[in-house]
Write a protein that binds this ligand. Structure first.
Ligand code: ADP
Ligand code: MG
Length: 947
């Protein structure tokens, strides 16, 4: 009964209800939202606002898909033929091994998939709600029906909403309707039969706000939302294929044809020698099996998955698996400035208002500090207490504009001040506090009526307030020493004389955006005078040259009849009030990371919406430069370049300022045209196309909008450039480790197939049987290769240029290496087998010793390419290097030894794999036979360093 009621509430024609009906049916309040008590009960009644996880492909099917690899078909067929020949043990072992292989692959794949999915969903989506009349941020899972939700550009709609207020609200509903253009929203009541795609007064969960603002009531959550209802259709499975795994697939297909051809050849040649076809079939199967690197796919998946978790530990969340390896071949990183390269800890240090320049002391958001004009120095003020320092109304107006045209607030905890919202705005609040301005007081005197939020595209924000100030009104003097103090203000003296016959618009934004809208400015007597833009620009350049981020302020008086604003209202006739310059120091770790990238051959480019001179100064401080010049290229200059000249210019320059989000896409494309592999950061709504186009799109976890996160391949949880550098490092390590795995596995296949081929051609007995090959390629290979996935990064990983993106998987050097080691492996197997067989006449023993010698050589080879082996070698040479992260390789070797002992000493294994037990002398001989591998590997490592 309760459940029915619960369901019923969702199935209402919300789009045809009036506001009153809505409030009534949802039992909520139009402006105050729900009470905490109501939220509590509804949370219990309706549960969390999340989609029930829909399982992707059925597990059984996924398990069967493990066999869907061309190389495994051979094994299955071989097993079938063995069964046909009634060689049950053989058939059983072949099938058994393939099943074990499939289980390993299945488990690893599910683990990797789950880990990636969990990481991606650990990035929490927030929603802004009004509850009990207070605006607050909550996790979107906490939403309940009836909640009052505020939407802003860049948000992901957190639940199905009926809109009750909109302002230029545009929502992209492509996930739901397939329509790629954003839809304009309204609040008008709609007819009952309006189809879903045309319900303009509704916002549906999972769609994105691309512009404007809105307010709506939650009418459905979780599985009851429209998206929830259709999400069974959406395949939410993580895709585990990457360029590299696709290369592997291609490689194994080619390998398959070669194997089949050679196996057929062997079969025919053997028959020609007069062997029985059963014998020859055995040889052909052994050859086919020996050439297949069965263990490789599992190792690839594990290596990639480990890369993902290592990146997560270094604040990088991988949303799309291919990003792990692409990151390793990145050649250019285009990074935002503010917050990524810099601390985003803003403090106003300079003010220019009414023709006067001021310095501001203090640091952080702590309101301790003073505003003083340099030429009204303390000494002079002390000497002459009546120093004629005129209180500067323009200064005050400029500070008030910064205070009122502001959506952020400061909080203090244990004496530490911090900002909730935009740090740029926090800095403006702090400096207003230093001047003794009281926000609450001002906000009651001049309540806000409407606002245009800041968007990178427009580069300004505006607010409309009731009440206004007639120009020319004298404002209070500051205290005698020329500082602004709270007590120094004298209200009676006409301090804040508000006229109720006017409303005021305050605007703040970039200098360019503000100045072009101003003809007049306020002078130090509060009078409106003609504006000299050249002088303002001179002041801006001075501030920007020190790396200060400069904001300009303006106001405009409008009639009281106006109670809403939009862009045209601030298009012209603003009164320029002043400038504020704030410092935003570079992050120390980002400076180091920039340097690390440069040594690693990765270019760093700064792309910012900030002023050209500010950007250049910060770039200079951070060492982001190329041939000494750090002049920024502006968005305007960029727009004038045509498509043919663009790539060369973009390739050459390193700092791009006043770049509009749309231009980022052009930048990415230009760099890609030059063959670069581009990583691009972004946080805004309009960054999404560039993030998608980039080889690696990186979104900011904290400052980023949901739109940007959705479009990105990776998310930085700390918004820090240093984390991008870490990702490059991890990406390169993943690739190196994969190369090591290939370099480790393939020579064994090479050695085995050479052995079989040559023995058949020489008409000798096979030194190694098909089943034994399977053991080596699957059990032994996995035990020894998986540890390579855990290999720590090499110290030299960031001292090499990036790998070329088109570089083939098997480079010439790698092929040579594989060949050399293969030949040695062949010598080991063939030599040991022939020697023991001729001296003892025992074929099983000879085969077993050949295998044990091969494994001994393998252990030495593993050591030679692992970090720990290299560290040990350096120790022996007397270098003081620490041996660390030896765990995985050590475990792998121990496991290998144990498995090999079981393989030859246990009677069951003897029966299954036709092996024979060895005595201790024979063990020693095998070990000694493997030793020369150390020398050979050392030589090979010299021409093909793998670390
Ligand atoms: P970035 O993040 O690369 O520094 P933004 O696009 O955020 O660039 O800002 C571009 C310009 O817009 C800044 O230089 C500044 O002048 C102005 N600006 C930034 N934040 C605000 C804001 N909250 N209100 C008004 N103007 C702003
Ligand atoms: Mg910004």
């Amino acid at each position: 009964m309760q459940a029915q009621e619960t369901k019923a509430i969702f199935n209402q024609p919300w789009h045809e209800l009036s506001e009153q009906e809505l409030v009534q049916r949802l039992n909520t309040h139009l402006t105050k939202g729900l009470t905490s008590a109501e939220v509590q009960t509804r949370r219990q009644q309706f549960g969390a606002n999340e989609l029930t996880a829909k399982s992707g492909t059925h597990p059984i099917l996924r398990f069967l898909l493990q066999f869907h690899q061309p190389l495994l078909y051979i094994l299955l067929v071989a097993g079938a033929i063995k069964a046909f020949l009634a060689e049950w043990v053989n058939a059983g072992v072949i099938w058994g091994v393939t099943v074990i292989n499939a289980i390993i692959g299945f488990v690893q794949e599910s683990k990797a998939e789950n880990a990636i999915a969990a990481l991606a969903s650990s990035v929490q989506t927030d929603a802004t709600v009004v509850r009990e009349g207070v605006k607050q941020q909550i996790a979107s899972t906490e939403l309940v029906p009836g909640d009052l939700v505020l939407l802003a550009s860049g948000d992901k709609v957190p639940a199905d909403l009926r809109l009750i207020q909109v302002k230029n609200l545009q929502i992209n509903e492509s996930a739901l309707t397939g329509e790629s253009l954003a839809v304009s929203k309204t609040t008008a009541i709609l007819a009952a039969e309006t189809p879903l795609a045309e319900r303009t007064n509704m916002a549906y969960a999972g769609s994105f706000v691309t512009a404007g603002q809105g307010r709506g009531m939650v009418v459905a959550i979780g599985d009851q939302t429209e998206t929830g209802r259709i999400s069974q259709l959406i395949d939410q499975r993580t895709n585990l294929s990457t360029p590299l795994t696709r290369k592997f697939d291609q490689f194994s297909r080619i390998l398959l044809y070669i194997i089949l051809a050679v196996a057929a050849f062997t079969f025919v040649v053997g028959l020609g020698y007069g062997n029985s076809w059963v014998t020859m079939f055995e040889a052909a199967v052994a050859l086919a099996v020996s050439a297949i690197p069965e263990g490789l796919p599992a190792v690839v998946t594990i290596t990639l998955a480990i890369g993902v978790s290592r990146m997560a530990r270094r604040h990088v969340i991988v949303r799309k698996l291919p990003a792990v390896e692409t990151m390793g071949s990145t050649t250019v990183i285009c990074s935002d400035k503010t917050g990524t390269l810099t601390e985003n800890q803003m403090t106003v240090q300079a003010i220019y208002a009414g023709g006067e320049s001021y310095r501001v002391t203090g640091s952080g958001y702590d309101p301790k500090g003073e505003i003083s004009a340099p030429h009204h120095s303390h000494e002079r003020a002390a000497a002459d207490p009546n120093s004629d320092f005129n209180a500067n109304p323009a200064l005050q107006a400029c500070l008030i504009a910064g205070l009122l045209c502001n959506d952020s607030h400061l909080t203090v905890k244990d004496g530490f001040w911090s900002v909730v919202g935009d740090p740029t705005e926090g800095a403006l609040l702090t400096v207003a506090n230093k001047a003794g301005l009281n926000r609450e007081e001002l906000e009651t005197q001049q309540p806000r009526l409407d606002s245009i939020p800041f968007e990178s595209e427009y580069q300004y924000m505006a607010t409309l307030h009731r009440g206004g100030r007639e120009s020319g009104v004298r404002l209070p003097r500051a205290s005698a020493d020329g500082r602004w103090e709270a007590e120094g203000r004298n209200q009676e003296n006409g301090a804040i004389q508000l006229s109720q016959s006017l409303n005021t618009i305050y605007v703040k934004g970039s200098v360019e955006a503000i100045l072009q809208r101003c003809r007049q400015g306020m002078d130090q007597d509060g009078q409106l005078v003609g504006l000299d833009p050249a002088e303002v620009h001179r002041q801006v350049d001075q501030m920007a040259a020190q790396g200060l981020r400069v904001l300009a302020f303006a106001s405009k008086s409008v009639p009281t009849t106006q109670d809403a604003i939009d862009h045209p209202d601030v298009a012209s006739d603003l009164v320029f009030l002043g400038l504020q310059g704030m410092i935003d120091p570079p992050r120390a770790e980002a400076i180091r990371a920039v340097r690390a990238c440069q040594t690693a051959g990765v270019q760093v480019k700064m792309i910012t919406g900030d002023h050209a001179a500010t950007a250049a100064a910060i770039a200079h401080q951070m060492g982001i430069q190329k041939h000494g010049d750090v002049k920024a290229l502006t968005g305007q200059e960029l727009a004038q370049l045509n498509d043919s000249e663009l790539p060369t210019v973009v390739e050459d320059r390193v700092v791009f300022a006043r770049v509009a989000p749309e231009q980022k896409l052009r930048l990415v494309e230009a760099l890609q045209a030059k063959g670069e592999v581009v990583a691009m950061t972004g946080d805004g709504v309009n960054d999404a196309p560039a993030l998608r186009q980039a080889d690696i799109g990186i979104a900011m976890g904290r400052a980023g909008t949901e739109v940007a996160k959705e479009a990105a391949d990776m998310i930085l949880t700390d918004d820090n450039f240093a984390s991008i550098e870490a990702a490059v490092e991890e990406g390169r390590t993943v690739y190196r480790n994969l190369l090591k795995a290939i370099a480790f596995i393939l020579p064994v296949n090479g050695g085995e197939s050479m052995t079989i081929l040559i023995s058949v051609l020489l008409a000798r007995e096979l030194p190694i049987l098909a089943l034994q090959v399977l053991w080596l390629n699957m059990v032994n290979s996995i035990a020894m290769t998986v540890p390579l996935a855990f290999e720590p990064k090499s110290e030299r990983v960031m001292q090499r240029p990036p790998r070329h993106p088109n570089q083939p998987l098997l480079s010439a050097n790698l092929l040579k290496r594989i060949l050399v080691i293969s030949v040695f492996n062949w010598i080991l197997i063939f030599g040991m087998f022939e020697w023991i067989r001729q001296t003892t006449g025992e074929v099983d023993l000879a085969r077993t010793m050949a295998i044990q010698a091969l494994v001994a050589g393998r252990i030495f080879y593993l050591l030679s390419i692992s970090q720990i082996g290299r560290a040990m070698a350096a120790r022996l040479r007397g270098q003081a290097v620490c041996i660390r992260d030896a765990g995985a390789i050590g475990l792998g070797i121990i496991a290998t030894v144990m498995l090999q002992v079981i393989f030859s000493q246990w009677s069951v294994m003897n029966a299954l794999f036709s092996t024979a037990p060895l005595n201790s002398m024979q063990w020693l001989i095998c070990l000694a036979a493997g030793l020369p591998m150390l020398l050979i590997a050392a030589g090979v490592n010299r021409f093909d360093p793998l670390d």
